[in-house]
Design a protein around this ligand. Structure first.
Ligand code: SAM
Length: 184
């Protein structure tokens, strides 16, 4: 069985956008308890590497680190485990909420931007990027660089995402390394 309800969100996003293909190298940021990694392995990813602040029970077929993605040497550690360019970078990272909506919003966007920056460094030609954001506007500053560096950028609210939450996902596909140079 899937370890998280969140697993269904990735299943729905993948059914709609065909993100995961056999043989891919996939990065899973904010991976605990491991649902998205399970889905990526199950759908044929050849290599799945991920990180979370929390410990994660091993997922067969995935290499999962415990650590803070804000830590400056984490990107390199993930890159080493990947062993080559990534095909898909997923971020379901969400900071602990403070209860102060504006603060929470800024913190989640900070993580999503960090994930985007990392994605632009590790993705190969044609790669994809998915990140959790919140409705409310300040993710707009991410959109310009995404639109420049990816062929297609969309927003999606998978049915498994609670209707009363403002969570949604940005889904970018068709990465063009030559267009991302200024962001790398
Ligand atoms: N996609 C996961 C699954 O299917 O099992 C669920 C992810 S959960 C919604 C969000 C995760 O982001 C939490 O486990 C949290 O610890 C992690 N997280 C938040 N900030 C982080 C950071 N700075 N570095 C690494 N992980 C972080």
């Amino acid at each position: 069985g899937w370890r998280s309800r969140a697993a269904f969100k990735l299943i729905e996003l993948d059914d709609r956008f065909r993100l995961i293909r056999p043989g891919m190298r996939v990065v899973d940021l904010g991976a605990a308890p491991g649902g998205w990694s399970q889905v990526a392995v199950k759908r044929g990813a050849a290599r799945v590497v991920g990180v979370d602040l929390l410990p994660i029970e091993p997922v067969r077929g995935a290499e999962l680190l415990q650590g803070d993605f804000n830590d400056p040497d984490l990107p390199d550690r993930l890159r080493e485990l990947l062993g080559g360019p990534a095909d898909l970078v997923l971020s379901d990272m969400a900071p602990n909420t403070t209860g102060h909506a504006a603060t929470d919003h800024l913190r989640i966007i900070g993580l999503a931007e960090l994930a985007l920056h990392f994605a632009m460094q590790v993705l190969g030609e044609g790669g994809g990027f998915v990140a959790k954001v919140f409705q409310g506007g300040s993710e707009k500053q991410m959109l310009q660089p995404m639109k420049e560096a990816f062929g297609t950028v969309r927003h999606a609210k998978p049915p498994a995402s609670r209707k009363d939450s403002s969570e949604l996902y940005v889904v970018a596909t068709g990465f063009r390394p030559d267009r991302a140079e200024s962001f790398r």
